[in-house]
Design a protein around this ligand. Structure first.
Ligand SMILES: CCCNc1ncnc2c1ncn2[C@@H]1O[C@H](/C=C/CNC(=O)c2cc(-c3ccc(F)cc3)cc(O)c2O)[C@@H](O)[C@H]1O
Ligand SMILES: [Mg+2]
Length: 214
């Protein structure tokens, strides 16, 4: 039977990227998705914005919601200082299996913990299961109708502290209207919109950076 898109992405990485070289993994995926087959990675343009937010923050504890093939996982983990940890949640077993191999090809498995499961099941267990008190940085890129409930869940679980940065993908396309309304109007957040484009296209999209004020 026909391969899946994530399987084709992994093949491209294993064929064109150098083991242990995260940048070559990123470039191989971007080239394939731009010239051969589109896929819902954050991509190179929004990825550069993601890079600058992570580099400026230098986070020790990072949470990613929605691993997919691990493209943004690799982008973030390659910038983390030694000892920093990225926990990424992915509830599709097939995608998780592909992402593990992409992350391993980049040589970043020591910085990344890929947890197979749903965000709403695992967010409440971060303290007792991973010993995480609060996160420094959260990247939201999973199902768009889950950004707001999961953000409220992270607040309720005490996982956000004064200064925690939430960065949300796709706030224009496909769009996350309820989440945007919340973070832009809540007195608990200072929010900024980074205008960009939908990965590998000319359509508008953007990232919303929201700082939790405690
Ligand atoms: C229980 C559901 C909520 N909790 C969850 N917990 C853990 N992982 C979850 C997850 N939801 C979804 N996921 C996973 O995240 C990923 C889902 C991402 C959804 N992303 C999009 O729909 C998306 C879609 C587009 C898109 C834009 C324009 C267009 F024409 C077509 C698509 C662009 C993007 O950048 C996107 O991120 C999958 O790997 C999925 O298995
Ligand atoms: Mg996205």
């Amino acid at each position: 039977t026909r391969s899946t898109r994530p399987q084709r992405l992994l093949k491209v990485v294993q064929k064109h990227a150098t083991r242990g070289d995260p940048q070559s993994v990123i470039s191989a995926i971007d080239h394939f998705c731009r010239h051969s087959e589109w896929a819902m990675n954050v991509g190179d343009e929004k990825g550069s914005i993601l890079d600058s937010v992570v580099s400026e923050l230098n986070p020790e504890k990072v949470l990613e919601l929605g691993t997919y093939c691990g493209y943004s996982t690799v982008r973030i983990a390659r910038l983390l200082p030694p000892g920093a940890r990225l926990i990424t949640l992915e509830f599709n077993a097939d995608y998780a299996a592909i992402a593990r191999q992409v992350i391993a090809w980049a040589g970043l498995e020591d910085k990344v913990q890929l947890v197979e499961g749903a965000s709403e099941d695992w967010i409440p267990r971060m303290k007792e299961h991973f010993g995480i008190e609060t996160f420094d940085f959260v990247f939201l890129d999973h199902w768009k109708d889950r950004y707001l409930p999961d953000t409220k869940l992270m607040e309720d679980c005490g996982l956000l502290r004064k200064g925690t940065v939430l960065l949300a993908d796709n706030v224009i396309c496909p769009g996350v209207p309820d989440y945007l309304e919340y973070v832009r109007n809540s007195l608990s957040y200072k929010s900024y919109y980074f205008k960009s484009h939908l990965e590998y296209t000319k359509a508008e999209d953007g990232l919303e950076k929201s700082v939790f004020l405690g």
